[in-house]
Design a protein around this ligand. Structure first.
Ligand SMILES: C[S@@+](CC[C@H](N)C(=O)[O-])C[C@H]1O[C@@H](n2cnc3c(N)ncnc32)[C@H](O)[C@@H]1O
Length: 267
C-alpha cells in the first residue's frame, strides 16, 4: 500500500474523520470488518430478517447496510444515509436506497422503519439529542432502535504504551470538535425518556491483536488525524511508535468500550 498522507483540511470541520480522505474507504471497510460480526449478531438476536424496513444512519462505508440488504430484501427496505454518502453508491444495485442526509439539519421519514441503527455516529455530533429524537421518530410502532456508540468508560486513562497516549489525544481532539466520549453510557436513560420500551444495554471492550483489521483501522486513523494529534501535543515519534505497536502481531490491545443500547417503540 502507498503510504497515505494525513487529512489536512477536512471539508466538514465538525467531523474529525471525513469520508473524502484518500484512504477513508479502506478505513471504513476495516471498521466494518472489525465491528460487523457483533452488530450482525445483535440484529439477528432482535429478529431482523426478511421484509424488515431498515434505516442505517451515518452508514459510512456501508458494510452493515449491505448485510441488511442481504437479509431483508426483497420485501423489506434498506435506507442508508450519511452526510457524505460517497462510499454507498453500490447499494441501489443491491436493492437498497441511499440519501445524503445531515442528521441534525435534515428530516428523516417518520414512522417508517422496523429497525433503525447507528454505529459510532452520534457521539461525534454536538447536537446529538436532536438526532436521537429524530431517529426515535423514524420508528414505526413496534420498531427497534439500536445505537452502538463509543465511550471512554473507565479505560481511556489506563490504556498503556504509545497507543494509549495517542488515543487520549485523539479523544481530546474529537471532544474539541463536538464529540462526547462519555455520552453513550447514558443512552438507556435517554431511550426510556424518549418513550421507548424494553430498553436494554451492554458495553463491550474490543480486544485485538496487532495486525488485525481493528489494528489496521486504528493505524489508518492515526495517519488521517496525524496533524490534529500533533496539535494536541503528541510528538511524531510517539505517533510512529503507536503505529509500530499496532503492526506487532505479538501485542494485544484494547480500545474504549462500545456501548450498545436498544429499545422498542410502543405498539
Ligand atoms: C465512524 S463513521 C461510522 C460509519 C458506520 N456507521 C460504521 O460503523 O461502519 C461515522 C459516519 O457518520 C457520518 N456522520 C458524521 N456526522 C454526521 C452527521 N451530522 N450527519 C450524517 N452523517 C454523519 C460520517 O460521514 C461517517 O460516515
Amino acid at each position: 500500500m502507498t503510504e497515505p498522507s494525513p487529512t489536512s483540511s477536512p471539508r466538514n470541520p465538525h467531523y474529525t474523520l471525513p469520508n473524502d480522505w484518500d484512504f477513508a474507504k479502506e478505513r471504513l471497510a476495516l471498521l466494518g470488518a472489525a465491528f460487523d460480526p457483533e452488530s450482525i449478531a445483535l440484529a439477528q438476536r432482535l429478529g431482523v430478517g426478511a421484509g424488515w424496513r431498515c434505516l442505517d444512519a451515518g452508514a459510512g462505508g456501508g458494510s452493515f447496510a449491505r448485510w441488511l440488504c442481504s437479509v431483508t430484501l426483497p420485501g423489506g427496505r434498506v435506507l442508508a444515509v450519511d452526510a457524505d454518502a460517497r462510499h454507498l453508491t453500490d447499494l441501489p444495485d443491491r436493492g437498497g436506497e441511499v440519501a445524503q442526509i445531515e442528521l441534525v439539519a435534515d428530516e428523516l421519514p417518520e414512522g417508517a422503519f422496523d429497525f433503525v441503527h447507528t454505529r459510532f455516529v452520534l457521539l461525534h455530533i454536538a447536537k446529538r439529542d436532536i438526532v436521537l429524537e429524530r431517529l426515535v421518530g423514524a420508528l414505526a410502532p413496534g420498531g427497534v432502535l439500536v445505537l452502538e456508540e463509543g465511550d471512554g468508560l473507565g479505560v481511556l486513562d489506563e490504556m498503556s504504551g504509545a497507543f494509549g497516549d495517542v488515543w487520549r489525544a485523539f479523544a481530546r481532539s474529537t471532544e474539541n470538535a463536538g464529540a462526547n466520549q462519555a455520552w453513550a453510557r447514558s443512552l438507556p436513560r435517554h431511550l426510556e425518556s424518549l418513550g421507548l420500551v424494553d430498553v436494554r444495554a451492554e458495553a463491550g471492550i474490543p480486544m485485538f491483536r496487532g495486525g488485525s483489521p481493528m489494528a489496521r483501522m486504528w493505524n489508518l486513523t492515526w495517519i488521517q488525524v496525524h496533524e490534529t494529534l500533533v496539535a494536541h501535543g503528541v510528538s511524531h515519534k510517539v505517533i510512529a511508535a503507536a503505529r509500530a505497536e499496532l503492526e506487532d502481531e505479538h501485542r494485544w490491545f484494547y480500545a474504549p468500550p462500545t456501548v450498545r443500547a436498544w429499545g422498542r417503540a410502543p405498539l
